[in-house]
Design a protein. Structure first.
Length: 277
């Protein structure tokens, strides 16, 4: 089962949904949680205003450090009150080094947890991409509207027969074993109408059965351009607790960027997304 969790802490207390969710995961699994707060030191490169005195930049950095310390304090209080094993650290780096530090730490965990990006938060987006594509471990992304604690009444695994889908389902297997209901969801369209796609879905259901996971196969019809929204609608309609999906992306000058379906889901998710690449 999950025994080590790496959690990205939020400096804004209004965004502590991921903290609360991670605590509930740790309680359910008996896991240790490492909380990581981030303080982006300010430099003149960020504020290229000749008249801005160094003291102003220093004050901005000090305020960021106070926010990170407060995030650590909230995490420590929550972990202690729920009797969770924990440790924590503050990372004093700017992007991309801060995102890299998060990914490296996640390599020594069973799971990393991070909150959904809200509005135009490039730093959080970079953290998600780094931990997804560079940690070698699954990541659980928590919606910023999340209020329910961790539960496994209904888990939906998105399946298209790809290696990323296979990786995600395999990484989620420890959770699927504990789930009350598991569905394998195929979105069928002009690209996936041949029998091989259906057979692939039936094959993964049979594979999970050999691991004592009773999964059922569900097929949706949707145009190729609307796969992400079709998945989101199904998850919302069914009230699923967790969505399992392969983290798709493509390379851009040696950097991975999120693919279209993945980005659509992460922008409008209503349930936590368990993702692997």
């Amino acid at each position: 089962m999950i025994k080590d969790i790496t959690l990205k802490l939020e400096n804004d207390p209004a965004r502590d949904r991921s903290l609360n969710y991670a605590i509930s995961v740790a309680q359910a699994c008996g896991a240790h949680v490492t909380g990581m707060a981030f303080c982006d030191p300010v430099g003149f490169a960020q504020y290229p205003i000749p008249s801005m005195p160094a003291s102003v930049l220093s004050n901005i950095t000090a305020e960021k450090a106070r926010e990170a310390s407060a995030a650590i304090a909230r995490f420590e209080e929550a972990a202690k009150s729920h009797k969770i094993s924990f440790d924590h650290e503050v990372v004093m780096h700017r992007l991309p080094r801060s995102a890299g530090a998060f990914a490296v730490k996640a390599r020594r965990s069973d799971l990393s947890i991070i909150q959904q990006t809200e509005k135009q938060d490039d730093d959080n987006e970079a953290m998600i991409e780094a931990v997804l594509f560079d940690s070698g471990r699954p990541v659980l992304i928590v919606p910023y509207i999340q209020t329910d604690p961790f539960k496994l009444d209904h888990v939906v695994c998105c399946w298209d027969g790809s290696f990323t889908a296979a990786r995600a389902v395999n990484d989620a297997r420890r959770l699927l074993k504990r789930a009350k209901k598991v569905e394998i969801l195929i979105v069928a369209n002009e690209k996936t109408e041949d029998s091989r796609h259906q057979a692939s879905g039936e094959g993964i259901v049979a594979h999970l059965a050999r691991h004592d996971i009773n999964a059922t196969l569900k097929t949706l019809q949707a145009p190729d351009v609307d796969v992400g929204n079709s998945i989101l609608s199904y998850i919302a309609d069914q009230g699923a607790d967790i969505m399992v999906i392969g983290g798709y992306g493509h390379s851009r000058l040696r950097e991975f960027v999120l693919g279209g379906v993945t980005r659509t889901i992460l922008e409008s998710m209503t349930a936590p997304v368990f993702m692997s690449h």
